[in-house]
Design a protein around this ligand. Structure first.
Ligand code: GLC
Length: 417
């Protein structure tokens, strides 16, 4: 078994090997482009040994920002025929080839962490980035709110591709006319660890619909059956907006309107509390129905500044049931599948975001979440995700954000800078 020190060396090497010049790819083969929230987390890892490179990762991400403020979930900087769906399927209209949906906005929060490490070096860079971050956040506020909570319009937008949250809405979609296509993910990793063909047909159908509507948000609001108020987006945007406000004030920039926007997002976050489940949940914005899911996104409430005794009880129970990290879906839930992506496995970067929030609230579970994440990586390496029942590594290997989380958080003792 590798020691902690050699794991750290390995982690740095993964970041360097997956560097494609100003941006990193999540892992070679399976994900050959720049992914939005992967990059933000990766920037945090780079800041451990190269602060300038950390800022550059975020700056490159924003070269893909659309005129309306949206920052795409994938930037196709260089063509790679081994990936599907590529730029032609998306039909995006941004400055560089990209997908046409977004991903959870963690960039401002990661920028804040990077800045804290070297305020002098980062101030000018943050000043340039801040209006761009704000434009992205404003885009969410303009197009995606449901009772103040932030909606996703495609499962990939939440970054939790096949989470049980989406099942009921996906079942209502008839992917008629989706046609023949060749998936690439299952040629890189075992199909039992990936979404099913049933899911994939619907993912592609949704992309084709968006392309047909030229990604016009007003038209999508009418026509897209998939519109779900999601705790991932809501909690992370709320947190990111708080970070932006604080930074804007400290840098002497215009922050007018932000306090009111935060208040609205706070209402939205509160609206995701499902009293029947006694948990934060996602909600179908088209019907108002709860999805009935306790997921790892439910545990992002602390990062957003919201404490909840009931949510902590769910977390405690889950951590007792599975020993290798926060399961992405309730281990008691009937849909729990310990190997299938977002239906059970534990993800190091989610554990990091959850752990950070718990640490800020001085919660007694905080050190446990960090320790189990450290242990699973120490024992099993830098996998994309892990089976939370036995720690076995799953999905892609040499994964960038897993390495970044090790460097910036998991390998350290709580309280260490
Ligand atoms: C998968 C994950 C998503 C991530 C992407 C690249 O699609 O579900 O969250 O951003 O892979 O790692």
């Amino acid at each position: 078994m590798l020691t902690q020190v050699s794991r750290s060396e390995e982690a740095r090497n993964i970041l360097l090997q997956n560097d494609r010049g100003g941006y990193t790819i999540p892992t070679a083969g399976l994900y050959p482009y720049q992914w939005n929230w992967d990059s933000a987390i990766t920037a945090m890892g780079f800041a451990e040994f190269d602060n300038v490179r950390a800022w550059q990762e975020l700056e490159t991400l924003f070269t893909g920002q659309w005129d309306d403020g949206m920052v795409p979930h994938i930037l196709f900087h260089k063509p790679d025929p081994g990936y599907f769906p590529g730029p032609d399927v998306w039909g995006g209209t941004g400055p560089i080839p990209s997908s046409s949906i977004t991903q959870p906005p963690v960039a401002a929060t990661m920028a804040r962490i990077i800045w804290e490490k070297d305020r002098g070096a980062g101030a000018d860079r943050f000043k340039v980035l801040l209006p761009k971050l704000r434009a992205w956040h404003t885009w969410f506020l303009s197009w995606r709110l449901d009772q103040g909570a932030v909606c996703v319009t495609h499962p990939w937008e939440a970054g939790r591709d096949n989470a049980p949250d989406w099942d009921a809405v996906m079942a209502r979609i008839d992917p008629v006319g989706v046609g023949e296509y060749q998936r690439r993910d299952t040629s890189h990793v075992d199909g039992s660890m990936r979404p099913t063909k049933y899911d994939y047909d619907r993912y592609i159908w949704l992309v084709q619909m968006g392309n047909r509507l030229k990604w016009d948000q007003a038209a999508l609001l009418e026509e897209n059956p998939f519109r779900i108020a999601d705790p991932t987006m809501t909690f992370l945007l709320l947190r990111a907006h708080r970070d932006l406000l604080r930074t804007g004030e400290e840098l002497g920039l215009d922050t007018s309107g932000m306090a009111e926007e935060i208040a609205l997002l706070e209402q939205g976050a509160a609206s995701l509390w499902n009293p029947n489940l006694n948990s934060y949940d996602s909600r179908d914005a088209k019907t108002g129905e709860w999805t009935g899911t306790i997921s790892n996104a439910s545990y992002l409430c602390w990062l957003a500044g919201l404490d909840s005794k009931e949510q902590a009880e769910h977390l405690e129970r889950s951590l007792q049931q599975v020993q290798f990290g926060v399961a992405s879906y309730d281990p008691n839930g009937e849909k729990f599948d310990s190997k299938r992506y977002w239906r059970g496995p534990t993800w190091a970067f989610m554990n990091f975001l959850i752990g950070l929030g718990l640490e800020e609230h001085k919660h007694s579970l905080a050190s446990h979440v960090r320790e189990v994440t450290r242990e699973v990586i120490r024992q099993h390496g830098f996998a994309e995700y892990f089976d939370p029942t036995d720690g076995s590594p799953a999905g892609g290997q040499s994964f960038t954000w897993t390495a970044a989380v090790w460097l910036g958080w998991a390998s350290k003792e709580q309280g260490a800078a």
